[in-house]
Design a protein around this ligand. Structure first.
Ligand SMILES: Cc1cc2nc3c(=O)[nH]c(=O)nc-3n(C[C@H](O)[C@H](O)[C@H](O)COP(=O)(O)OP(=O)(O)OC[C@H]3O[C@@H](n4cnc5c(N)ncnc54)[C@H](O)[C@@H]3O)c2cc1C
Length: 304
Protein backbone atom coordinates (compact mmCIF):
# COMPACT_ATOMS: atom_id res chain seq x y z
CA UNK A 1 0.00 0.00 0.00
CA UNK A 2 1.67 3.28 -1.07
CA UNK A 3 0.00 5.35 1.65
CA UNK A 4 -0.50 4.49 5.29
CA UNK A 5 -3.96 5.04 6.81
CA UNK A 6 -2.52 7.94 8.85
CA UNK A 7 -1.07 9.57 5.74
CA UNK A 8 -4.38 9.26 3.86
CA UNK A 9 -6.26 10.74 6.84
CA UNK A 10 -3.80 13.63 6.91
CA UNK A 11 -4.33 14.29 3.19
CA UNK A 12 -8.13 14.19 3.59
CA UNK A 13 -7.87 16.62 6.49
CA UNK A 14 -5.61 19.01 4.57
CA UNK A 15 -7.88 19.01 1.52
CA UNK A 16 -11.04 19.49 3.58
CA UNK A 17 -9.91 22.70 5.26
CA UNK A 18 -8.98 25.23 2.56
CA UNK A 19 -7.79 28.62 3.75
CA UNK A 20 -8.23 31.87 1.79
CA UNK A 21 -5.08 33.57 0.53
CA UNK A 22 -4.10 36.78 -1.18
CA UNK A 23 -1.34 34.96 -3.04
CA UNK A 24 -1.92 33.85 -6.61
CA UNK A 25 -2.70 30.16 -6.94
CA UNK A 26 -2.44 27.83 -9.92
CA UNK A 27 -5.87 26.14 -10.26
CA UNK A 28 -4.33 23.13 -12.02
CA UNK A 29 -1.97 22.53 -9.15
CA UNK A 30 -4.64 22.98 -6.49
CA UNK A 31 -6.18 19.78 -7.88
CA UNK A 32 -2.99 17.89 -7.02
CA UNK A 33 -2.11 19.50 -3.72
CA UNK A 34 -1.43 16.89 -0.98
CA UNK A 35 -2.82 13.99 -3.04
CA UNK A 36 -0.48 11.06 -3.67
CA UNK A 37 0.14 9.75 -7.18
CA UNK A 38 1.10 6.06 -6.81
CA UNK A 39 4.41 5.06 -8.41
CA UNK A 40 5.92 1.54 -8.56
CA UNK A 41 4.53 -0.99 -6.09
CA UNK A 42 4.73 0.97 -2.82
CA UNK A 43 5.93 4.41 -3.86
CA UNK A 44 4.24 7.74 -4.45
CA UNK A 45 4.87 11.37 -5.21
CA UNK A 46 2.72 14.18 -3.93
CA UNK A 47 2.83 17.95 -3.86
CA UNK A 48 3.16 19.41 -0.38
CA UNK A 49 3.48 23.03 -1.40
CA UNK A 50 4.25 25.23 -4.37
CA UNK A 51 4.93 28.85 -5.20
CA UNK A 52 4.32 30.73 -8.43
CA UNK A 53 2.66 30.05 -11.75
CA UNK A 54 3.17 30.95 -15.42
CA UNK A 55 2.42 34.58 -14.60
CA UNK A 56 5.19 34.67 -11.98
CA UNK A 57 7.70 33.61 -14.65
CA UNK A 58 6.56 36.41 -16.96
CA UNK A 59 6.47 38.93 -14.13
CA UNK A 60 10.12 38.18 -13.30
CA UNK A 61 11.13 38.26 -16.96
CA UNK A 62 9.50 41.64 -17.45
CA UNK A 63 11.58 43.04 -14.62
CA UNK A 64 14.67 42.20 -16.63
CA UNK A 65 13.38 43.16 -20.04
CA UNK A 66 11.09 46.06 -19.15
CA UNK A 67 9.87 47.75 -22.30
CA UNK A 68 11.72 45.23 -24.40
CA UNK A 69 8.93 42.73 -23.80
CA UNK A 70 6.69 44.72 -26.13
CA UNK A 71 7.91 42.45 -28.90
CA UNK A 72 6.83 39.34 -27.03
CA UNK A 73 3.49 40.54 -25.73
CA UNK A 74 1.68 37.41 -24.68
CA UNK A 75 2.77 35.29 -21.77
CA UNK A 76 3.04 32.04 -23.68
CA UNK A 77 5.17 33.67 -26.35
CA UNK A 78 7.41 35.21 -23.70
CA UNK A 79 7.81 31.87 -21.90
CA UNK A 80 8.68 30.11 -25.14
CA UNK A 81 11.22 32.85 -25.88
CA UNK A 82 12.81 32.40 -22.43
CA UNK A 83 12.98 28.62 -22.83
CA UNK A 84 14.36 28.85 -26.35
CA UNK A 85 17.12 31.23 -25.32
CA UNK A 86 18.02 29.46 -22.06
CA UNK A 87 17.01 32.53 -20.07
CA UNK A 88 16.51 30.38 -17.02
CA UNK A 89 16.28 32.62 -13.96
CA UNK A 90 12.59 33.60 -14.43
CA UNK A 91 11.77 29.87 -14.12
CA UNK A 92 13.55 29.84 -10.76
CA UNK A 93 10.78 32.10 -9.41
CA UNK A 94 8.52 29.03 -9.16
CA UNK A 95 9.14 26.42 -6.48
CA UNK A 96 7.67 23.04 -5.66
CA UNK A 97 7.92 20.86 -2.56
CA UNK A 98 7.29 17.15 -3.06
CA UNK A 99 6.90 14.25 -0.68
CA UNK A 100 8.34 11.18 -2.38
CA UNK A 101 8.40 7.55 -1.31
CA UNK A 102 10.94 5.63 -3.37
CA UNK A 103 13.30 2.65 -3.26
CA UNK A 104 16.81 3.43 -1.96
CA UNK A 105 18.46 2.53 -5.29
CA UNK A 106 16.22 5.08 -7.03
CA UNK A 107 16.99 7.63 -4.30
CA UNK A 108 20.71 7.21 -5.03
CA UNK A 109 20.15 8.35 -8.63
CA UNK A 110 17.75 11.10 -7.60
CA UNK A 111 20.04 12.61 -4.95
CA UNK A 112 22.68 13.30 -7.60
CA UNK A 113 20.58 16.32 -8.52
CA UNK A 114 22.26 18.69 -6.11
CA UNK A 115 20.22 21.80 -6.71
CA UNK A 116 17.29 20.75 -4.51
CA UNK A 117 16.65 20.85 -0.75
CA UNK A 118 16.14 17.43 0.78
CA UNK A 119 14.97 16.08 4.10
CA UNK A 120 14.94 12.28 4.34
CA UNK A 121 13.25 9.83 6.70
CA UNK A 122 15.74 8.93 9.41
CA UNK A 123 16.46 5.21 9.65
CA UNK A 124 18.68 6.06 12.63
CA UNK A 125 15.68 7.36 14.51
CA UNK A 126 12.79 5.31 13.08
CA UNK A 127 12.24 1.71 12.05
CA UNK A 128 11.93 1.22 8.32
CA UNK A 129 8.73 -0.41 7.02
CA UNK A 130 8.74 -3.92 5.57
CA UNK A 131 8.33 -2.59 2.04
CA UNK A 132 10.53 -3.55 -0.86
CA UNK A 133 10.33 -2.80 -4.56
CA UNK A 134 9.64 -6.01 -6.44
CA UNK A 135 9.41 -5.32 -10.19
CA UNK A 136 6.30 -6.33 -12.08
CA UNK A 137 7.04 -9.33 -14.35
CA UNK A 138 7.06 -7.08 -17.45
CA UNK A 139 9.90 -5.08 -15.91
CA UNK A 140 12.24 -7.99 -15.24
CA UNK A 141 14.66 -7.65 -18.13
CA UNK A 142 17.91 -9.13 -19.33
CA UNK A 143 21.10 -7.06 -19.57
CA UNK A 144 21.10 -5.04 -22.80
CA UNK A 145 23.61 -6.20 -25.40
CA UNK A 146 23.81 -2.79 -27.12
CA UNK A 147 23.84 -0.49 -24.09
CA UNK A 148 25.96 -1.45 -21.08
CA UNK A 149 23.87 0.95 -19.01
CA UNK A 150 20.49 -0.50 -19.86
CA UNK A 151 18.18 -3.45 -20.11
CA UNK A 152 17.16 -5.65 -23.00
CA UNK A 153 14.28 -8.05 -23.53
CA UNK A 154 11.87 -9.15 -20.82
CA UNK A 155 12.87 -12.37 -19.06
CA UNK A 156 10.41 -15.15 -19.69
CA UNK A 157 8.93 -18.08 -17.81
CA UNK A 158 11.16 -19.98 -15.42
CA UNK A 159 13.99 -17.46 -15.45
CA UNK A 160 11.67 -14.57 -14.56
CA UNK A 161 10.07 -16.64 -11.81
CA UNK A 162 13.46 -17.60 -10.38
CA UNK A 163 14.61 -13.96 -10.29
CA UNK A 164 11.38 -12.84 -8.62
CA UNK A 165 11.67 -15.63 -6.03
CA UNK A 166 15.23 -14.57 -5.19
CA UNK A 167 14.26 -10.90 -4.87
CA UNK A 168 11.31 -11.69 -2.62
CA UNK A 169 13.15 -14.23 -0.46
CA UNK A 170 16.22 -12.02 0.06
CA UNK A 171 14.11 -8.95 0.88
CA UNK A 172 12.06 -10.94 3.36
CA UNK A 173 15.04 -12.62 5.01
CA UNK A 174 16.94 -9.34 5.32
CA UNK A 175 13.95 -7.67 6.95
CA UNK A 176 13.45 -10.60 9.33
CA UNK A 177 17.10 -10.25 10.38
CA UNK A 178 16.75 -6.44 10.66
CA UNK A 179 13.85 -6.95 13.07
CA UNK A 180 15.70 -9.67 14.94
CA UNK A 181 18.76 -7.46 15.39
CA UNK A 182 16.88 -4.38 16.69
CA UNK A 183 14.54 -6.45 18.86
CA UNK A 184 14.92 -5.88 22.59
CA UNK A 185 13.30 -9.17 23.54
CA UNK A 186 15.90 -10.70 25.87
CA UNK A 187 18.78 -8.66 24.42
CA UNK A 188 20.03 -5.08 24.24
CA UNK A 189 19.15 -4.85 20.55
CA UNK A 190 21.38 -3.40 17.87
CA UNK A 191 21.11 0.34 17.13
CA UNK A 192 18.81 1.11 14.19
CA UNK A 193 21.56 3.13 12.50
CA UNK A 194 23.63 -0.07 12.35
CA UNK A 195 20.93 -2.67 11.73
CA UNK A 196 19.79 -0.87 8.55
CA UNK A 197 23.06 -1.65 6.78
CA UNK A 198 21.82 -5.19 6.25
CA UNK A 199 18.77 -4.05 4.26
CA UNK A 200 18.82 -4.32 0.46
CA UNK A 201 18.72 -1.33 -1.90
CA UNK A 202 15.10 -2.05 -2.89
CA UNK A 203 13.83 -1.04 0.57
CA UNK A 204 11.70 2.12 0.48
CA UNK A 205 12.68 5.46 1.93
CA UNK A 206 10.85 8.79 1.94
CA UNK A 207 11.85 12.39 1.60
CA UNK A 208 10.70 15.93 1.11
CA UNK A 209 12.30 17.39 -1.99
CA UNK A 210 12.04 21.08 -2.76
CA UNK A 211 13.33 22.53 -6.00
CA UNK A 212 12.79 25.49 -8.29
CA UNK A 213 11.19 25.05 -11.69
CA UNK A 214 14.38 25.60 -13.68
CA UNK A 215 16.22 22.85 -11.83
CA UNK A 216 13.12 20.65 -11.84
CA UNK A 217 13.04 20.91 -15.63
CA UNK A 218 16.70 19.87 -15.70
CA UNK A 219 15.85 16.84 -13.54
CA UNK A 220 12.85 15.97 -15.71
CA UNK A 221 14.85 16.40 -18.92
CA UNK A 222 17.29 13.76 -17.71
CA UNK A 223 14.99 11.46 -15.80
CA UNK A 224 11.84 11.46 -17.95
CA UNK A 225 14.08 10.62 -20.89
CA UNK A 226 13.84 7.21 -22.53
CA UNK A 227 17.48 6.55 -21.52
CA UNK A 228 16.76 6.99 -17.82
CA UNK A 229 16.20 3.84 -15.77
CA UNK A 230 12.53 2.84 -15.77
CA UNK A 231 12.27 2.98 -11.98
CA UNK A 232 13.19 6.67 -11.78
CA UNK A 233 11.51 7.53 -15.08
CA UNK A 234 8.08 6.65 -13.74
CA UNK A 235 8.54 9.15 -10.91
CA UNK A 236 9.66 11.80 -13.40
CA UNK A 237 6.62 11.10 -15.56
CA UNK A 238 4.29 11.44 -12.57
CA UNK A 239 5.89 14.80 -11.77
CA UNK A 240 5.60 15.88 -15.43
CA UNK A 241 1.83 15.36 -15.24
CA UNK A 242 1.64 17.63 -12.18
CA UNK A 243 3.88 20.31 -13.68
CA UNK A 244 1.79 20.33 -16.87
CA UNK A 245 -1.23 21.29 -14.75
CA UNK A 246 0.72 23.72 -12.57
CA UNK A 247 2.45 25.85 -15.23
CA UNK A 248 0.86 24.83 -18.56
CA UNK A 249 2.69 27.40 -20.70
CA UNK A 250 6.12 26.69 -19.17
CA UNK A 251 5.58 22.94 -19.36
CA UNK A 252 4.43 23.26 -22.97
CA UNK A 253 7.64 25.13 -23.85
CA UNK A 254 9.73 22.58 -21.92
CA UNK A 255 7.99 19.70 -23.68
CA UNK A 256 8.61 21.28 -27.07
CA UNK A 257 12.17 22.58 -26.69
CA UNK A 258 13.67 20.11 -24.24
CA UNK A 259 11.72 16.82 -24.09
CA UNK A 260 10.77 16.85 -27.76
CA UNK A 261 13.77 18.79 -29.03
CA UNK A 262 17.33 17.66 -29.64
CA UNK A 263 20.80 19.14 -29.30
CA UNK A 264 23.04 18.75 -32.32
CA UNK A 265 26.76 19.17 -32.82
CA UNK A 266 28.24 21.42 -35.49
CA UNK A 267 29.13 18.32 -37.52
CA UNK A 268 25.57 17.06 -37.31
CA UNK A 269 24.23 20.39 -38.54
CA UNK A 270 26.71 20.32 -41.43
CA UNK A 271 25.42 16.86 -42.36
CA UNK A 272 21.83 18.10 -42.34
CA UNK A 273 22.75 21.01 -44.59
CA UNK A 274 24.42 18.62 -47.02
CA UNK A 275 21.43 16.25 -46.93
CA UNK A 276 19.04 19.13 -47.62
CA UNK A 277 21.24 20.07 -50.58
CA UNK A 278 20.74 16.54 -51.93
CA UNK A 279 24.20 15.25 -51.05
CA UNK A 280 24.59 11.70 -49.79
CA UNK A 281 26.18 11.60 -46.33
CA UNK A 282 27.45 8.43 -44.69
CA UNK A 283 29.00 7.79 -41.31
CA UNK A 284 32.40 7.70 -43.01
CA UNK A 285 31.96 11.11 -44.67
CA UNK A 286 30.11 12.68 -41.72
CA UNK A 287 33.16 13.07 -39.49
CA UNK A 288 31.18 11.41 -36.69
CA UNK A 289 32.07 8.30 -34.74
CA UNK A 290 29.87 5.21 -35.14
CA UNK A 291 28.14 5.96 -31.83
CA UNK A 292 27.52 9.61 -32.75
CA UNK A 293 26.20 8.58 -36.16
CA UNK A 294 23.84 6.06 -34.55
CA UNK A 295 22.50 8.73 -32.20
CA UNK A 296 22.23 11.22 -35.08
CA UNK A 297 20.18 8.71 -37.06
CA UNK A 298 18.04 8.21 -33.96
CA UNK A 299 17.37 11.95 -33.74
CA UNK A 300 16.40 12.15 -37.41
CA UNK A 301 14.09 9.19 -37.13
CA UNK A 302 12.61 9.99 -33.71
CA UNK A 303 13.71 13.26 -32.10
CA UNK A 304 11.95 12.36 -28.86
C1 LIG B 1 21.13 8.39 -18.03
C2 LIG B 1 22.06 8.80 -16.92
C3 LIG B 1 23.14 8.00 -16.58
C4 LIG B 1 24.01 8.37 -15.53
N1 LIG B 1 25.06 7.55 -15.20
C5 LIG B 1 25.88 7.88 -14.17
C6 LIG B 1 26.95 7.03 -13.77
O1 LIG B 1 27.20 6.00 -14.36
N2 LIG B 1 27.73 7.41 -12.72
C7 LIG B 1 27.51 8.58 -12.04
O2 LIG B 1 28.25 8.88 -11.10
N3 LIG B 1 26.49 9.40 -12.39
C8 LIG B 1 25.67 9.08 -13.41
N4 LIG B 1 24.63 9.92 -13.75
C9 LIG B 1 24.42 11.12 -12.97
C10 LIG B 1 24.88 12.39 -13.73
O3 LIG B 1 26.26 12.35 -14.02
C11 LIG B 1 24.57 13.65 -12.90
O4 LIG B 1 25.28 13.59 -11.68
C12 LIG B 1 23.09 13.77 -12.58
O5 LIG B 1 22.32 13.58 -13.75
C13 LIG B 1 22.81 15.15 -12.01
O6 LIG B 1 23.00 16.09 -13.03
P1 LIG B 1 23.49 17.55 -12.72
O7 LIG B 1 24.79 17.53 -11.98
O8 LIG B 1 23.48 18.30 -14.00
O9 LIG B 1 22.29 18.08 -11.79
P2 LIG B 1 22.31 19.03 -10.55
O10 LIG B 1 23.17 18.50 -9.46
O11 LIG B 1 20.87 19.32 -10.22
O12 LIG B 1 22.96 20.34 -11.06
C14 LIG B 1 22.31 21.15 -12.03
C15 LIG B 1 23.36 22.00 -12.66
O13 LIG B 1 23.93 22.86 -11.67
C16 LIG B 1 25.32 22.99 -11.89
N5 LIG B 1 26.02 22.45 -10.71
C17 LIG B 1 25.46 21.89 -9.61
N6 LIG B 1 26.40 21.58 -8.71
C18 LIG B 1 27.58 21.93 -9.27
C19 LIG B 1 28.92 21.85 -8.84
N7 LIG B 1 29.26 21.37 -7.64
N8 LIG B 1 29.88 22.27 -9.67
C20 LIG B 1 29.58 22.79 -10.87
N9 LIG B 1 28.33 22.91 -11.34
C21 LIG B 1 27.34 22.49 -10.54
C22 LIG B 1 25.63 22.22 -13.16
O14 LIG B 1 25.53 23.09 -14.26
C23 LIG B 1 24.53 21.21 -13.24
O15 LIG B 1 24.27 20.74 -14.55
C24 LIG B 1 23.77 9.57 -14.80
C25 LIG B 1 22.67 10.38 -15.14
C26 LIG B 1 21.83 10.00 -16.18
C27 LIG B 1 20.65 10.89 -16.50
Amino acid sequence: MPLSAEQQAEIDEQRSTPTPTLRSVAPGMEQHLYKAAPVLDHGFVRVIDYMGDDAAICQAARVSYGRGTKSVQNDEGLIRYLMRHWHSTPFEMCEIKLHVKLPVFVARQWIRHRTANVNEYSARYSILDREFYIPAPEHINAQSVVNNQGRGGVLEGGEAARVLDILKADSSRCYDNYEAMISQDGQDGLARELARMNLPANVYTQWYWKVDLHNLFHFLRLRADAHAQYEIRVYAEAICAMVADWVPAAYGAFEDYRLGGATMSGRALECIKKMLAGEEVTQETSGMSKGEWREFQGILNDPA
